[in-house]
Design a binder for this molecule. Structure first.
Ligand SMILES: C[S@@+](CC[C@H](N)C(=O)[O-])C[C@H]1O[C@@H](n2cnc3c(N)ncnc32)[C@H](O)[C@@H]1O
Length: 255
């Protein structure tokens, strides 16, 4: 029987190859510029679901002061390791902590709260969304900004790839071989706004032989974010910013 891991699990390939896969995803191009353009360095940023530090480290390099909160140890460890390679001055501007964005309370305020690359969609809509917007609100002063990148529901509704045997991604791996990604299952349930996917990661060596394979479950939840934002004391700051044809960044301002 095939074991299906949760996404970002220890020993899973989604965590191990997150940076490779994300760097190859042209649909994310420009997100860093959008977030960096929301305010001027040396403003302070709280990133909810900071992963391997893709954005947090780049924002620190631009002079922002960044705290990243991440729930998955396999992702957090990579962020910590990359932080350790920075020059001491940039290192001082960025920190990563293990935590749950639906509950964390750092007892301090930031200028901007970021919840990038569909991170809010990883938790069930309902109480978890409410609690995440509350987390954003309690870490901002009046006038502070919160940005949430959410998938487009019309893209979530699309069927999976026509051929299950063709990878949706096939990239050189830092290990010298290749990493391939296959969508093995994809089901969207309209009534609950939920997309369930089983993805298979396959790592090949330099001769094309399979080294490792990992089946991982990735679920995204979607609903209108505005009511949750308003309940937490936010107002829309601008029209959502379309990114890569698959998602949009909603920017709210704390009243
Ligand atoms: C798609 S990745 C985004 C990582 C990073 N923000 C980026 O843009 O590259 C989503 C991340 O959110 C984390 N995550 C999911 N639920 C979380 C929660 N409740 N609290 C904190 N982090 C969470 C996952 O472990 C994963 O690292």
């Amino acid at each position: 029987m095939t074991t299906i891991r949760p996404y970002y699990a220890e020993k899973g390939l989604s965590a191990a190859f997150y940076d490779t896969v994300t760097a190859a995803d042209v649909r994310l191009i420009g997100d860093l510029e959008i977030y960096a353009g929301l305010l001027k360095a040396p403003a302070s940023i709280l990133e909810l679901g900071s992963g391997t530090g893709r954005l947090a480290l780049a924002l620190a390099a631009r002079g922002f002061s960044v705290t990243g909160i991440e729930i998955a140890p396999a992702m957090l460890a990579q962020a910590q390791a990359k932080r350790g390679e920075l020059d001491p001055e940039t290192q001082r501007r960025v920190e990563f902590r293990r935590g749950d964005m639906t509950a964390v309370d750092l007892k301090r305020r930031f200028d901007l709260v970021l919840c990038a690359y569909f991170t809010l969609a990883h938790v069930p809509r309902g109480a978890a969304w409410k609690n995440t917007f509350d987390t954003a609100a309690r870490h901002l002063d009046s006038g502070g900004l919160a940005a949430f990148h959410l998938p487009l529901v019309e893209v979530m509704r699309l069927p999976g790839p026509a051929s299950l045997d063709l990878p949706v991604l096939d990239e050189p791996a830092p290990t010298g071989g290749r990493i391939q990604l296959f969508v093995r299952e994809r089901t969207f349930r309209e009534e609950v706004g939920r997309l369930d996917q089983v993805l298979e990661y396959v790592e090949l060596d330099g001769r094309g032989q399979t080294l490792r394979s990992s089946f991982e479950k990735l679920t995204y939840y979607w609903t209108e974010p505005k009511p949750f934002a308003e309940a937490a004391g936010f107002t829309p700051d601008r029209a959502p910013i379309l990114l890569g044809g698959i998602g949009e960044i909603w920017v709210f301002r704390k009243a």
